[in-house]
Design a protein around this ligand. Structure first.
Ligand code: DLL
Length: 433
């Protein structure tokens, strides 16, 4: 029985990985120095040349790339090949400002397929599976990234796209879908719609889900597994690195393996910008070492995680990163206390009376910040009346106070008041900005 999609790549000894990474890093640094004026200028400013990279320890000598570099060079300023030589160009809208773009050569596409095929194989997907792809199939890298990986692996893909939730459920039943791809929040939207239609997804052929594109707590993962009757696996990635496929979960469901032959990962202290040792939490920095259309050097991802290299029971030797619970950009500071939306999510999901549909609203009252949380009660609970709802509100408030130390105004709202997600959920409304 084939245990890995690519045994050689996924079980290399650390020494071999490092030799390969150094060779690919040197090639890439020389490539961008020659082809991308932006990088040549940045390297010169930093006083570093491609020949200075003689070991992986030299990596920190290279300058960082940040999101505004992409925006300022929109659309193709960071491309190392003319856009006409790309076979694909994706873009991410981002929440603010100009979109960012990413190009792919034919070879970049093949690498993407390989990274995604590893992801799916590790998730348990096999060529006999029918995979329903409920990610947006457009400029967003999720839909087409999951497509190319499924084709590479040789399973059947149903490109249902995001939205039209009732049709998703009909397709699951009629096509006997075994694997679902979507954001975690859209998986919940599908589960809810199924319940409304009287369909129990646990009774369908669904057996695996591969989720990603947004942070989701461990509690949310269990909720999805329970409601859909599946094993919930994960893909991690970002447009700037070509989309999903940077890292993936394995049978251990603890942390994600990084496709180290394609990406070098570092974690830095976001303030001092110094690299941190393995095991310490900080900001993820990625270098794409095999891409050719737009290889980014030391890209500051803004996601917070920890890296560790320890034997994994699944047999892979690839470096692991913690699941990403938060982006540094998502951190709210409420009356001086740092708060990540995922902390609220974990608390809410441990309260059986409420559903995972919530929104966090931060506003200003005079000089003070006001934290409010609207959360929906489970359908059967809402009808139990005001007193019961009050009791639940107080319970949540005291948990938040106890665990996070903040006073929150919790409001239980009726079923379906909170907007349902078809892609990345919007959980925070910050009215202070
Ligand atoms: O979301 C790529 C993707 C699509 C990954 C489908 C996985 C599945 P962007 O739209 O550029 O690309 O957003 C990238 O989303 O920096 C993280 O903050 C977040 N993100 C992506 N995957 C995960 C994950 C795609 N598994 C940004 N867990 C990243 C937590 C994730 N956050």
């Amino acid at each position: 029985m084939k245990k890995f999609w690519n045994e050689t790549a996924e079980t290399m000894p650390e020494e071999t990985i490092r030799v390969l990474q150094l060779a690919k890093l040197k090639e890439t640094v020389a490539w961008v120095y020659e082809k991308v004026p932006f990088y040549r200028a940045k390297f010169e400013e930093q006083g570093v040349a491609p020949e200075d990279i003689q070991s992986l320890e030299d990596l920190p000598r290279l300058p960082f790339t940040i999101k505004s570099d992409l925006r300022e060079n929109y659309p193709f300023g960071l491309f190392a090949v003319p856009p006409q030589e790309c076979v694909r160009i994706h873009a991410s809208s981002g929440t603010t400002g100009k979109p960012i773009t990413g190009g792919y050569t034919r070879d970049d596409m093949a690498q993407w397929g390989e990274c995604m095929a590893r992801t799916f194989w590790a998730a348990g997907v096999r060529p006999s599976d029918i995979c329903q792809n409920a990610y947006n199939m457009g400029l967003f890298t999720g839909g087409l990234g999951f497509l190319i990986g499924t084709e590479t692996l040789g399973a059947t893909l149903v490109p249902s796209g995001s939205g039209q939730t009732e049709r998703q459920i009909i397709l699951i039943q009629d096509f006997k879908t075994t694997v679902i791809y979507s954001t975690p929040s859209y998986a919940l939207t599908i589960a809810e719609k199924a319940a409304e239609l009287g369909v129990n997804l646990r009774d369908t052929s669904l057996r695996i889900g591969v989720f990603g594109a947004e942070p989701w707590s461990e509690e949310m993962r269990r909720e999805i597994e329970d409601r859909l009757g599946i094993v919930a696996m994960e893909s991690y990635g970002l447009t700037e690195m070509g989309g999903p496929g940077v890292a993936f979960s394995c049978s251990e469901k603890k942390g994600l393996h990084i496709n180290e032959d394609y990406f070098i990962a570092e974690v830095i202290d976001p303030v001092t910008e110094e690299p941190l040792p393995l095991g310490e939490e900080g900001e993820l920095v990625l270098t794409a070492i095999q891409r050719r259309a737009m290889p980014l050097i030391r890209y500051r991802v803004r996601d917070l995680t920890r890296l560790y290299r320890e034997p994994c029971a699944c047999g892979r030797t690839l470096l692991k990163m913690d699941r990403v619970a938060a982006r540094s950009d998502d951190m709210l500071i409420v009356n001086g206390v740092n708060l990540y939306p995922s902390q609220i999510e974990s608390i809410l999901l441990e309260i059986p009376e409420v559903s995972p549909q919530y929104v966090i609203i931060v506003s200003k009252r005079g000089y003070l910040d006001r934290l409010a949380i609207d959360v929906e009660a489970r359908k059967e609970i809402y009808d139990l009346g005001k007193e019961k709802l009050k009791e639940i509100e107080v319970k949540i408030q005291s948990r938040i106070k106890g665990i996070i130390g903040l006073s929150a105004h919790v409001r239980i709202v009726p079923y379906k008041v909170i907007e349902r997600s078809e892609g990345k959920a919007k959980r925070v409304i910050d009215q202070r900005r």
